[in-house]
Design a protein around this ligand. Structure first.
Ligand code: SF4
Ligand code: SF4
Length: 228
């Protein structure tokens, strides 16, 4: 059995080391008053600076469009854009989304008979928005979420559907930063991303990757600029 003869050593060593490296206080520092006055002067100076806090919840913060609040379903002309493809539910890390698909006669073809997000599980990661091919689920600005029971925390379509007009800022943000391909490489109008069948007979598939196409287009742009 190993001998336990060195148990006191680390404690002794640490005490000695700390004591040796401790800075010696001068007379004023030992009094503490100058430091207290310095802190009070700093606080006084801050009183005249512009306020950066707000009196929540009386005052509400309006977050910028990049903010990821609770996920909501986009309501377009009275109906959800969602086609119940299930991609968001598959991508959701904490498995917060559940839905049931059904078929319809209109060009949209599919819709969710129920769509639920368990807000106790949601971690606001935004992956559902990222994978949605229809821009049907987006992150809203709503961060003020409360519930009194587990049942209340399960948001169904009645709580999730928000008219697209109210989500304009986020949709514009996504358009600018995510959907840059619209009007550039794909031969279908932006509206066709929503609810409608894409013109599949048109030969938009050039066999090039998006990166290759970007490079090709940049090269064309530079060429046309230099000839002008
Ligand atoms: S934000 Fe993330 S966690 Fe919440 S529903 Fe979407 S994918 Fe799931
Ligand atoms: S919200 Fe989007 S990803 Fe989720 S089921 Fe509907 S269409 Fe598919």
């Amino acid at each position: 059995m190993a001998q336990l003869d060195n148990l006191e050593k680390p404690r002794n060593n640490s005490i000695k080391k700390d004591a040796a490296s401790e800075r010696k206080l001068n007379f004023l520092e030992k009094l503490y008053f100058p430091e207290i006055l310095k802190a009070l002067a700093y606080t006084f100076k801050q009183m005249f600076k512009p306020r950066v806090t707000m009196e929540y919840p009386e005052e509400k913060w309006d977050p910028p469009a990049i903010f990821r609040g609770r996920p909501v379903l986009v309501e377009d002309n009275g109906q959800e854009r969602c086609v119940a493809c299930g991609l968001c539910a598959r991508a959701c890390p904490p498995l917060a989304i559940s839905m049931q698909a059904s078929e319809t006669e209109d060009p949209k073809e599919r819709y969710p008979t129920f769509f639920e997000i368990n807000m106790l599980r949601c971690i606001y990661c935004g992956l559902c928005e990222e994978v949605c091919p229809e821009e049907a689920i987006v992150m809203s600005k709503d961060y003020d979420i409360t519930f009194k029971s587990r049942e209340e925390a399960i948001y169904d379509k009645s709580k999730l559907m928000i008219p697209k007009e109210e989500l304009k800022e986020r949709l514009d943000y996504l358009k600018e930063y995510r959907n840059r391909q619209f009007g550039q490489f794909w031969n279908f109008p932006e509206e066709n991303n929503i609810h409608a069948v894409r013109p599949r007979d048109e030969n938009w598939d050039t066999g090039l990757s998006l990166v290759d196409m970007l490079e090709e287009k940049n090269a064309e742009d530079t060429k046309s600029k230099s000839t002008n």
